[in-house]
Ligand binder design. Structure first.
Ligand SMILES: Cc1cc2nc3c(=O)[nH]c(=O)nc-3n(C[C@H](O)[C@H](O)[C@H](O)COP(=O)(O)O)c2cc1C
Length: 388
């Protein structure tokens, strides 16, 4: 794929991966992106996952067309981007590696035979400085540190001539490039899941990016973004400031025999009659990452859960942890609990949010004893009022 006359795409698609980063289902696979900048100094931007080293090396060789690369820029050391460094160094032993100091530290940890002791000599290493510049000829690379987006060593790279931001994992999405799909849902699930915890750090990078004239965004995952970049920057600004994108109520329930599900569905009906957008999640069966992403997408959340051996049903606990570990905030939250002999779910749910900021809990908490009764229906009606 040609980004421009001088910048070529040499990445790969992965349809083998079952769980990306060991937890995310990716029905449309993943892409591991890498780019070659052809100039006086030929530069390769990042490598790819170790399962695709050979394919990637062939892609690079095709674009090099017999020439030798001068630089290998490593923006992010996570193995889905760094695992092919050793093969690349074996094939191109004269290349100079460019990365942050922490990037080199991680290279020594992951690939000691190439970077520790007698490894790559100092004259073949360039430690990129924050705001540092590397001239390639017509192109110049400006390094923008992006620590904890989402690892500590990460930097992004702005190429000033063609106004390209090589964004490391930023602006990425789940899904291989040979699958046509709308960007937002899988970019949101990817961002909230992988980067969501680091909103302040993303905000810091967005502030630096605001000063750059960016016309193309080349992420390490997902499509190259060329048009309407304001849309993507606005999404990242909203997601990283923990603001809801849309008005709507996510109703996430954890039910074994269906009584709590009935209450959740009844609430959804009442809210829909009031013109509210609702999204229901059966936490025992849904894609948790999707439910977490929607909890950040919408402005209201209802947690409907059973008491389970004096605790929360595991899928409810895991879902709430998925929210709190990503700094869930700025939302209105309601609770429907169920217990047959000693309902505790409401108290336990509330306790899990005690360290969270800017959450408003409804006055009404609905407490069901085994199965929803007429009084519970009235309480759910009141709850719906509070949620509108
Ligand atoms: C394995 C199991 C353990 C339960 N433990 C408790 C409990 O400790 N305290 C309690 O009040 N109810 C307990 N319950 C009852 C549930 O909280 C709930 O009332 C019942 O499952 C009906 O809701 P459901 O149809 O949504 O599952 C338990 C239910 C199950 C299946």
């Amino acid at each position: 794929m040609e980004i421009s006359a001088y910048v070529k795409y040499v990445g790969v698609n992965d349809h083998q991966v079952d769980l990306f980063e060991g937890q995310y289902k990716v029905p449309n696979g993943m892409s591991y992106n890498s780019y070659v900048i052809l100039d006086d100094k030929i530069t390769v931007m990042d490598t790819v996952d170790g399962f695709f080293t050979e394919e990637w090396m062939n892609n690079v060789e095709q674009v090099l067309d017999g020439k030798m690369p001068d630089y290998l820029v490593i923006q992010h050391m996570e193995p889905d981007h760094s695992a092919s460094i050793p093969a690349f160094l074996k094939k191109y032993p004269k290349v100079t590696v460019v990365s942050t100091a922490k990037g080199f530290q991680f290279m020594e940890q992951f690939f000691p035979e190439f970077f520790a002791g007698q490894g790559l000599p100092a004259e073949q290493r360039i430690v990129a400085a924050n705001d540092g510049v590397l001239e390639l000829g017509q192109h110049s690379l400006h390094f923008v540190y992006a620590p904890m987006v989402h690892w500590p060593e990460v930097m992004m790279t702005y190429e000033a001539t063609e106004k390209i931001l090589f964004a490391a994992d930023g602006f990425g999405k789940f899904g291989a490039l040979d699958v046509e799909e709308e960007w937002t849902d899988e970019a949101r699930r990817y961002y909230i899941g992988i980067v969501g915890k680091y909103g302040p750090q993303v905000q810091a990078v967005l502030k630096k990016a605001a000063g750059l004239d960016i016309q193309t965004i080349c992420s390490l995952h997902g499509p190259v973004l060329k048009e309407n970049l304001g849309f993507y920057l606005e999404k990242y600004d909203k997601w990283s400031s923990y603001q809801p994108e849309e008005s709507g109520v996510v109703i996430a329930y954890a039910s074994v025999y269906g009584n709590t599900r009935n209450a959740a569905e009844y609430l959804a009906d009442v809210l829909q009659e009031k013109g509210q957008k609702t999204v229901l999640y059966d936490l025992a069966r849904c894609d948790k990452a999707k439910a977490v992403a929607d909890a950040f997408r919408y402005d209201r959340l209802v947690l409907a859960g059973i008491t389970y051996n004096g605790d929360l049903f595991p899928c409810m606990r895991s879902f709430i942890e998925g929210l709190t570990e990503r700094n869930y905030q700025n939302r209105k939250v309601a609770i429907i609990e169920n217990g047959t002999w000693a309902p505790m779910a409401g108290k336990l749910i509330l306790g899990m949010f005690e360290k969270s900021k800017n959450l408003t809990f409804t006055e009404t908490t609905v407490s069901i004893k085994s199965a929803m009764n007429a009084q519970n229906k009235d309480e759910i009606g009141k709850l719906a009022e509070e949620l509108c």
